[in-house]
Design a protein around this ligand. Structure first.
Ligand code: NAD
Length: 324
């Protein structure tokens, strides 16, 4: 695991490192017999329909990883591609085809959709995805069920964070949690999941006044911002659990030196590759935190593991309901 941590926050840690790679592996191992059992009964593997529209390089990598990990577990994938110039109705037609297909259990539309599809394209696509197949948990029905704490498919990244907290034995009930970020895919569902486990939750965002002071009240601090190293040690209560959801690519040497220091392993990795990943949490936070997730190797691997988990669950539940 140490190699995947690649320095960063973990390099300075007095804190316990919460290893997402190891837990993701354990989650996949637990899913394997369920995939096999489903295939035995259904006569086909659990199946994930993916739509990749446009040519965003990050999306290519994410989709490739999702397919590779599905394959490795015996989950079938059906990848549809659309050019960046495709109209919105083409994306909608693919989602509707997946909705209607008995042998498709989960539907994933890779974000972002091309700008030409319109500013509201993602919301309209999420509206169209059948809730029973909504393995990303982004549809309004899934979001509504989560608000009401009813069973449903939960967004993968926050579900992965909950799995990591539980695996690490971090107490949630009665603790103060602060979530920085209020997006529909990470911040809001994260706050709800913590709330449903009886944490006292504060959601912070770009207009929160005196952010470090608010954050420093947290026993569990989740950073889902998309700003490299914004969360410095003064945001962290001594002994707090710090979950770094941010994935930021640094391409400027100067920025790597400023955040990680001249002798750091991150800088050495940057000299080899010309870029490195940084979380939203500054490495000096690890000197104060009780437990912290590395980037990479923390929350990231759990996101795909939860996607696989949601796909298997959707397949099983559709079968129990008499479909597929
Ligand atoms: P987003 O841009 O939709 O939301 C960012 C949130 O941060 C917003 O709610 C905004 O109010 C808040 N914010 C922005 N600047 C701020 C500031 N200066 N102070 C306080 N709050 C501020 O992003 P997102 O989709 O929620 O993703 C957040 C981060 O998590 C990104 O780095 C993204 O790459 C990463 N991410 C990682 C995974 C994973 O698998 N680990 C999955 C999804 C997203």
């Amino acid at each position: 695991m140490a190699a995947a941590i690649e320095g960063g926050a973990a390099e300075r840690a007095g804190a316990r490192i919460l290893d997402g790679v190891e837990l993701a592996e354990a989650i996949r191992e637990r899913l394997a017999p369920r995939v096999e059992a489903f295939a035995g009964v259904a006569g086909r593997p659990p199946t994930l329909g993916l739509l990749l529209a446009g040519d965003d390089p990050g999306s290519e990598i994410y989709v490739r990883n999702k397919i590779r990990q599905s394959d490795a577990l015996g989950i079938a994938t059906d990848l549809r591609r659309l050019p960046a110039t495709a109209p919105f109705r083409d994306a909608l037609a693919i989602v509707e085809e997946f909705n209607a297909a008995d042998a498709v259990d989960g539907i994933l539309v890779q974000s972002p959709l091309p700008p030409g599809m319109g500013a509201d394209a993602e919301a309209r696509i999420f509206d169209a995805i059948s809730p029973a197949k909504d393995v990303d948990g982004f549809s309004p029905v899934s979001a509504g069920r989560l608000v009401q704490n009813r069973t449903g498919l939960v967004p993968c990244t926050p579900a992965g964070v909950m799995a990591l907290l539980d695996h690490a034995g971090i107490e949630i009930s009665g603790r103060r949690a602060v979530v920085i970020g209020r997006s529909d895919i990470v911040g809001k569902p994260m706050a709800l999941l913590l709330l449903h486990r009886h944490a006292t939750v504060t959601i912070c965002h770009s207009r929160t006044a005196d952010l470090p002071r608010v954050a420093a009240a947290a026993d569990i601090l989740v950073a889902a911002i998309g700003r490299p190293a914004l969360v410095t040690r003064d945001f962290v209560k001594p002994g707090a659990t710090v979950i770094d959801v941010g994935i930021n690519t640094l391409t400027e040497r100067q920025q790597v030196v400023a955040i990680f220091g001249p002798g750091s392993r991150k800088l050495a990795a940057f000299e080899r590759r010309g870029r490195v990943l940084a979380g939203d949490v500054h490495p000096d936070a690890a000197e104060v935190a009780g437990a912290i997730t590395p980037v990479p190797g923390g929350v990231g691997p759990l996101t795909i593991a939860q996607l696989l988990s949601n796909t298997v669950r959707a397949a099983e539940e559709r079968r129990r309901a008499g479909a597929g």
